[in-house]
Ligand binder design. Structure first.
Ligand SMILES: [Fe+2]
Ligand SMILES: [Fe+2]
Length: 296
């Protein structure tokens, strides 16, 4: 693939995954505030709308351009996403633009080589918008975390979840910067990648464990087991990194992905007792699917 095409395809795939992640982080922030913090909720909702716009733009530009692998990975949307959005809109009262998901279900992968020459400029504009929005959203998330840790405000989001979504936003920003400066993302090593995402997977297991109803003993035990397994993998990857570790990691992420998929279905069908929004369940499932694509 020509350098030019590589840059546009990688940028669009990045936004299709991460802009949705950012709009959902913003929604989780809004949904977890009490009426006392209406002003912060309003700021978070602003970012939700802006990232929604960015995602819509990436969806339009990415049609017939992105790779089959990115489209098939289950990281842009899953079979649960549309329903999870409808339920979450109903449970939170926060409007969610379901047209984007409906459009994404019809996305086509790249069928021929070469992209429209105007696309590069449009993608560069998208990257600049993403960077501006990310600076703003990261600052807001940091402010919320700081005020929570200082006992100034209350939110239903765990402080660790706030730290977690700050790290994900910073990774997105770093990737957009690398694409803008180097036109590629090749410089990310597998060791770096596994350290980042193994920590994310460990924390997902901890969040699931902590948001399940105390009566869901079996599911809590399973989530706890995943957290311990990823903690082990994380410690090992900090000492030595080899192919055996990558293979074991892939197997563990597959198992966690299956657990999350079953959980998302169970939450959507109201068979699992929890305080997990359906869209949060689908969100962590998409992140596991994204990591699996990076591992393959
Ligand atoms: Fe996330
Ligand atoms: Fe996450």
């Amino acid at each position: 693939m020509r350098q030019n095409d590589h840059f546009t395809v990688l940028s669009l795939e990045l936004h299709l995954f991460f802009a949705r992640i950012m709009k959902e982080h913003s929604l989780f922030l809004v949904a977890a505030f009490t009426p006392a913090n209406a002003a912060l909720a309003k700021q978070a909702e602003h970012f939700m709308r802006e990232f929604e716009q960015l995602l819509f733009r990436a969806t339009v530009l990415g049609d017939g351009v992105i790779s089959r692998e990115a489209l098939a990975a289950g990281e842009i949307f899953t079979p649960f996403t549309a329903r999870a959005e409808r339920h979450t809109e109903c449970f939170t009262g926060i409007p969610i633009n379901g047209d984007i998901t409906a459009r994404q279900v019809r996305l086509r992968w790249r069928s021929c080589s070469g992209t429209n020459p105007r696309l590069r400029g449009q993608v560069q504009a998208l990257n600049r918008t993403a960077l501006e929005l990310l600076n703003g959203l990261i600052a807001l998330k940091k402010q919320i975390l700081c005020e929570v840790l200082n006992g100034q405000i209350f939110t239903m989001n765990y402080p660790l979840l706030l730290e977690h979504i700050i790290r994900e936003a910073k990774l997105y920003r770093e990737y957009v910067c690398r694409l803008e400066q180097e036109g590629d993302l090749d410089c990310c090593s597998m060791a770096e990648l596994e350290q980042f995402w193994n920590q994310i997977m460990m924390e997902h297991a901890l969040f699931i464990r902590g948001l399940l109803d105390p009566a869901e003993e079996e599911l809590i035990k399973t989530a706890h087991g995943f957290a311990e397994d990823f903690c082990c993998l994380l410690e090992r990857s900090r000492c030595v990194h080899d192919q055996t570790l990558t293979r074991e990691t892939r197997e563990k992420v597959c198992a966690l992905r299956d657990f999350k998929a079953a959980g998302t279905r169970g939450i959507e069908e109201a068979r699992i007792r929890s305080v997990i929004l359906p869209l949060l369940a689908d969100h962590v499932l998409r992140e596991a699917n994204h990591y699996l694509r990076l591992l393959s």
